[in-house]
Design a protein around this ligand. Structure first.
Ligand SMILES: [Mn+2]
Length: 354
C-alpha cells in the first residue's frame, strides 16, 4: 500500500508538485479506506486524507500511510485542501476527476498562480496492473461468482421468475463469502436476452427462451464478472449454432490475450469470427473491459482502444450476439493477462442446455 503511494509520486513528480485525489475508489486503492472526501499527495513527503466527522473514527482505524485531517461540521474539505496546498507552496497540481462545480470552487480558493490539470493516467497506470495482494482477492471473487452460476444452473427452470433466479445466485455467492454483488445481477430471459443490459424482472422463464445470466461477486472490494447463456428446455438448432459461434469467438479472443498485445486485437479476432458467421451487425458492444475495484475500468478492449495489454491486467472477454425477436447469447470470463497464454479466473462450464 505504501508502495502504491510511492509509485504514484514517482509517476507524476516530473510534471507536477502534487496530486489531488477526488475519486473515492482511488482513495481506497491508495489508503485502503473508503469514505474520505479528498486526498492530497505531494510529490514528496506525507499525504493527507480529508475526512468528514461521520467517517473520521473509522478512517483513524483503517486508513493507511497518510495523515488524517478531520473536516468538522461547518467546514469545507476543499477549503482545507486549498489551505494545505498554499502552506506546502505547491504550484502545479493535477487531479484524477473533479466535477465542474468543485473545480470552480477550488480554483477560487487557490491563488491565481497555482495551476490545476485533470490527469487520471497516473493513478490508472498503477490500478491497471494488479499486484499479488489484489490478485488473491480477485481469484476469490471469481470463485464466488462461479458458485453463483452453479446455483443458477440448478434453479433456472421453466416457470421460475428472473428475480427468483437472481435471488438464489446472490444468496449462494453471499453464503460462500461474497461481500456483495459487483453490479446489479442480470437474468434476462426470452425477449430480454436480446438487450445486452437486459436487467432482471418478474418475467417467468419459458420453454424456448435463451437466458443471459451476467453476475459478479465482490470480495474485499475486488470484483468479478461472468456471463453464461442457457436455453430453457431443449435448445433449437439456431440457438445452438449461435451459442457455438459466440463460444468459438470467446475462445479465439482468449487465445490472443497476452502481454504486449494491442487491446484492440482480441476484439478484432472475435468480431471476424462472428462476422464470418453472418452475425456481425448483432455484436453491438466491445469485447471487454478491465475489472478490479470497479467492474468497468481500464484497460478497454474494443476496436478503438489504444491500450496495450500488460501482465497483471485483469480483463473480461465477452463477445455476444443479440437479435431482437430471437434472443441473445453472451459468454464472458474474467481473465488475467500474463506473458504467453492468459489465465481464466472464472471457469466453465459453458453449457447451453442444463
Ligand atoms: Mn462485463
Amino acid at each position: 500500500m505504501r508502495n502504491r503511494l510511492k509509485k504514484l509520486q514517482a509517476a507524476f513528480a516530473g510534471e507536477f508538485d502534487g496530486h489531488i485525489i477526488v475519486n473515492e475508489i482511488n482513495m481506497l486503492y491508495l489508503t485502503s479506506f473508503l469514505g474520505a472526501a479528498v486526498m492530497l499527495v505531494p510529490k514528496e513527503g506525507e499525504s493527507t486524507l480529508y475526512v468528514y466527522g461521520v467517517n473520521y473514527e473509522a478512517a483513524r482505524i483503517d486508513a493507511k500511510n497518510c495523515r488524517i485531517e478531520q473536516v468538522k461540521r461547518g467546514e469545507k474539505a476543499f477549503k482545507k485542501l486549498a489551505e494545505q496546498i498554499k502552506d506546502l507552496k505547491l504550484k502545479k497540481l493535477c487531479f484524477d476527476a473533479m466535477s465542474f462545480q468543485i473545480h470552480q470552487k477550488l480554483k477560487k480558493a487557490l491563488k491565481r498562480n497555482i495551476s490545476l490539470k485533470g490527469k487520471s493516467q497516473f493513478i490508472w497506470s498503477l490500478r491497471k496492473i494488479k499486484d499479488g495482494e489484489e490478485l488473491k482477492k480477485m481469484r476469490k471473487a471469481a470463485e464466488l461468482t462461479v458458485e453463483g452460476m452453479q446455483r443458477a444452473y440448478e434453479v433456472a427452470k421453466r416457470g421460475t421468475k428472473e428475480i427468483e433466479v437472481a435471488a438464489e445466485i446472490e444468496y449462494a455467492m453471499r453464503k460462500y463469502g461474497s461481500y456483495g454483488v459487483a453490479f446489479d445481477t442480470i437474468v434476462a430471459s426470452g425477449p430480454h436476452s436480446a438487450y445486452p443490459h437486459g436487467g432482471c424482472g418478474e418475467r417467468k422463464l419459458t420453454k424456448g427462451d435463451l437466458v443471459v445470466i451476467d453476475i459478479g461477486a465482490t470480495y474485499k472490494s475486488y470484483r468479478s464478472d461472468l456471463t453464461r447463456t442457457i436455453a430453457v428446455g431443449k435448445p433449437t438448432a439456431k440457438q445452438k449454432k449461435i451459442h457455438d459461434v459466440v463460444k468459438e469467438a470467446q475462445e479465439a479472443a482468449f487465445q490472443k490475450i497476452s502481454d504486449g498485445t494491442k487491446a484492440s486485437e482480441p476484439d478484432a479476432c472475435a468480431r471476424t469470427l462472428i462476422e464470418d458467421a453472418g452475425h456481425g451487425d448483432y455484436f453491438v458492444h466491445g469485447l471487454g473491459h478491465g475489472v478490479g475495484l470497479e467492474v468497468h475500468e481500464q484497460p478497454v478492449l474494443n476496436s478503438t482502444s489504444k491500450d496495450v495489454l500488460r501482465t497483471g491486467n485483469v480483463v473480461t472477454d465477452e463477445p455476444g450476439v443479440y437479435i431482437v425477436g430471437f434472443g441473445g447469447v453472451r459468454i464472458e470470463d474474467t481473465v488475467l493477462v500474463r506473458e504467453g497464454k492468459a489465465e481464466r479466473l472464472t471457469k466453465g462450464p459453458y453449457v447451453l442446455e442444463i
